[in-house]
Design a protein around this ligand. Structure first.
Ligand code: MD6
Ligand code: FE
Length: 243
């Protein structure tokens, strides 16, 4: 069984039977093989937290080019936690401040400890998407000054944590997922609170602020796979107003 998308696309996209049909599934849409939501585009995760499914797809090429440019100047590295563990997620930053961790603790730093130079400037594509997504989620006027870029390879995970190193947690965080899908988990204000799981796919944007801004959250171990845009990796951008 086959189905074909509407004839407005220059190349008809043939879908397998498993990719078309029931409401709520995701279907192939373009030559990059991206998925686009056919169910609700907005998914409320918690008070103040919303997923804008597929919101970054239109600018994915600009975002990924900017990630490459940032990483050329400030390479991805696996940082040390204050407890002495090497993180499985590799990180870099751009903007006026970058999130770092070492034996001394977690903090925002104006320079890259590996190079001694300021972090690369915030790419316009990051700023524009973050401001637009935040406004759509009810947080107008968001002007991030820091972007933490996380790179997951299969096996990498991020254990439950709170984002509380920003000066004013009255500002939201905008999170952009690119590449391989991951299971995001988030709980409540206490580490022991039960967690809810949500799939974050290529192009999904989460805007998170307000009453759940300090809730615990994490990313389950990345499953192996290959994504047309990123290969065997997941990239996550978290845009913050840190200073
Ligand atoms: C990630 N994200 O998705 C990790 N934090 O790779 C986060 O830790 C996160 O997505 C605060 C707000 C949104 C996030
Ligand atoms: Fe976080």
């Amino acid at each position: 069984v086959e189905c074909v998308t509407a004839a407005i696309t220059p190349v008809a996209v043939i879908k397998s039977a498993s990719e078309c049909g029931r409401f709520g599934e995701r279907v192939m849409t373009d030559l990059f093989g991206d998925t686009e939501p056919v169910g609700p585009e907005r998914e409320q995760l918690a008070p103040g937290a919303v997923v804008l499914h597929g919101r970054a797809l239109a600018v994915q090429v600009d975002l990924l080019a900017a990630v490459d440019a940032v990483a050329a100047a400030a390479p991805f590295r696996r940082m040390l936690t204050p407890g002495g563990f090497r993180m499985s997620v590799a990180m870099t930053n751009c903007g006026a401040a970058g999130w770092v961790t070492d034996r001394k603790g977690y903090r925002y730093a104006p320079t890259d400890p590996e190079t001694g130079k300021p972090w690369p400037a915030m790419p316009a594509a990051f700023l524009d998407l973050a401001a637009a997504a935040a406004a759509e989620a009810g947080f107008p006027g968001f002007e991030p000054d820091a972007c933490l870029i996380n790179r997951y390879e299969p096996g990498a995970r991020l254990s439950l944590h709170q984002d509380r190193d920003e000066r004013d947690t009255g500002h939201p965080i905008v999170s952009v997922s690119l590449g391989l899908p991951a299971t995001f988990q988030f709980g409540g204000p206490k580490r022991s609170d039960p967690v809810r799981k949500v799939a974050l796919r290529h192009g999904d944007v989460v805007v998170w602020g307000g009453p759940s801004r300090l809730f615990f959250h994490g990313v389950l171990t990345l499953k192996d796979g290959e994504h047309p845009a990123t290969g065997r990796t997941r990239i996550n951008l978290t845009l913050r107003k840190a200073l």
